[in-house]
Design a protein around this ligand. Structure first.
Ligand code: GLA
Length: 342
């Protein structure tokens, strides 16, 4: 399978950690539909770590925890699918998962076949407890092979946290997305650190294998399994459309200041998205000289800009766009349409 836009969905880890069970997952599936998340494009529901028994069965098959999932995983998958969602699960390239449940090391093919039988559509594949003599890229290649041959389309979500120079080998493994950072927690500092890590890694993001900055912490407000300080939130369909743009082109930095980042992303059909992110603790007025995006004066072209958070028509700008004051930790995202400069 090939993934043309970044996968979107919900994962159990950040909120519930090991406190997962069949009823909770079914309730979550209902909520994803009822709250409009599915309609907004969040179509994967993923069960993270701590779903299995501590031991494999006598045939070396991994077994769902009988207490948490008394009816097995197939019935959970069936329920999730009945809501129009896709169903994701979790395993690990090492001997154990990060929470010390059985990992898939040397059981890759049997596990991929089991996941396929259950109706799994997505596998998050972690990196804990890898034997020291094994190279990570080989383990991900092995699971990539197993998934491609399991008889079902299963999205391969690698989670080696960007260590061991993951960006250099991850595309070879068949992964459709790869964790480019360590774990997020619900705090501004964490979001900022993860965002800044993308500056060097963004050239590796693209169609087929997307950089994964770990989950959104929107709406957690300092509660749940990765709780820390909490964050305020903003969500918006036009912003999601930028993320899901069919051309799948990677954004690039137009200003290398890591505290006050300006990014541009060319969109399908010729528009361009411009994003200003104030990572500092003081007000900023960033700007993008259009030279930096290839629209120098001699082109005779300008950009008709719309603010995607407010919907405000910002009019036509040539040569440069100077943003108004952006509050600390704030951002502004614009969509620009190419027009003739007057
Ligand atoms: C690692 C991963 C997390 C989560 C936990 C589960 O830390 O990076 O996203 O899957 O393991 O134990």
């Amino acid at each position: 399978m090939i993934k043309l836009t970044p996968p979107m969905g919900w994962n159990s880890w950040n909120t519930y950690g090991h406190n997962i069970n069949e009823a909770l997952i079914k309730e979550t599936a209902d909520a994803m539909v009822d709250t409009g998340l599915l309609a907004a494009g969040y179509d994967y529901l993923v069960i993270d770590d701590c779903w299995s028994e501590r031991q494999r069965d006598e045939n070396n098959r991994i077994v769902p925890c009988k207490e948490k999932f008394p009816n097995g995983m197939k019935s959970v998958a069936d329920y999730v699918h009945s809501k129009g969602l896709k169903f994701g699960m979790y395993s690990c390239a090492g001997n154990y998962t990060c929470a010390v449940y059985p990992g898939s090391f040397e059981y890759e093919f049997i596990d991929a076949a089991t996941f396929a039988e259950w109706g799994v559509d997505f596998l998050k594949y972690d990196y804990c407890f890898r034997p020291y003599w094994q190279q990570g890229h080989i383990l991900y290649k092995r699971m990539g092979f197993a998934l491609e041959n399991c008889g079902r389309d299963i999205l391969f979500s690698a989670c080696s946290w960007g260590v061991d120079e993951t960006h250099k080998w991850i595309k070879e493994t068949g992964a459709h997305m790869w964790r480019s950072t360590g774990d997020i927690n619900d705090s501004w500092e964490s979001i900022k650190t993860l965002a800044q890590k993308q500056i060097d890694l963004q050239p590796y993001n693209g169609q087929g294998c997307f950089n994964d900055m770990d989950m959104l912490v929107v709406g957690m407000y300092g509660k749940g399994n990765v709780a820390l300080i909490g964050c305020t939130d903003d969500t918006n369909k036009d912003i999601i459309a930028i993320n899901q743009d069919p051309a799948g082109r990677q954004p690039y930095l137009t200003d290398k200041n890591p505290n006050n980042m300006s990014w541009a992303k060319p969109l399908d059909g010729g528009d361009i998205a411009l994003g200003f992110f104030n990572l500092t603790d003081s007000n900023q007025c960033p700007f993008i000289p259009f030279d930096n995006i290839g629209l120098n004066r001699s082109t005779g072209k300008a950009l008709h800009l719309t603010n995607l958070w407010t919907g405000e028509d910002l009019g036509v700008h040539k040569d440069i766009y100077r943003a108004p004051v952006i509050a600390p930790h704030g951002c502004m995202v614009l969509r620009g349409k190419l027009v003739d400069a007057k």
